[in-house]
Design a protein. Sequence first.
Length: 296
Amino acid sequence: MSYSELYVSQGPFFSGFQQSFKLADYIILGVPFDVTSTYRTGARFGPLAIREASLNLETYSFRTSLDVEKLKLHDLGDLHVTSETDGTLKRLALAIKDTINVQKTPIMIGGEHTITLGAVKGLGTRTAVISFDAHLDLRNEYMNLKTSHTTFMRRINEQTDPLAIIEIGTRAVCHEELSYAKKASVKFFTTQQIRKEGAQKTVNAVKKTLGDCKSIYLTIDMDVFDPAFAPAVQNPEPDGLSTEVFFDLLEGLCDNRITALDLVEVCPHYDSGATAALAAKTLFEALCNIEKARKG
């Protein structure tokens, strides 16, 4: 029995189209973990809400001329999480390792952003990390926790030796994080900078930073969007990205080096479904862009 079978349970299929695990290229895994949340709780309900929204969206992507219906997806179900953060992250790392070992691409649906730490550890190789997020999440400690949704990116830098960390959509930081980002060479692009310079210039700058890096982990915190577009998130922050700019950035950065990705921090009880729908659409577009890049 694999760790994926041991620690995961099935629910509704993401997108409604289910390929067998053996034949699938992309493996969907829900991670309903919501233990260290400090403002709004409820991200544990995100995987189910996003799956339900995905069943009611059209699957054709005009940006890529591809259809999610034609992609080889397998929804593995939800990770069996616990109230103990390190234990949950270890389980996630083992499940991701199973998926990577059979040469498939894991797609995680959170859950709070802390899950990214476990997923990156499960890759088993050094990787660059691109994070769409309003926050840097580089604190050393918050509310007496060393591992949480506010510190996980610093733990990634300390514990996994990433090739690079690039954060996009930044607009909410503290002085400690700015100091650490400079010291650790964590590059970030603020929303003001992106709007001023344009999406394409940002994409070019990110790709220049990545250089010839061969592995990229992509993580998308839904609070990168302005609350006008995605109000139901754990830590909403004004002055965010519009959907148009975000999808332009996503299109430019989703290439064949994406090894794994996650989407996190949807708290569905804080709106009437708009944020979950946008999250599902975001995953559709990310998958189609990756598939297009792989087909050349």
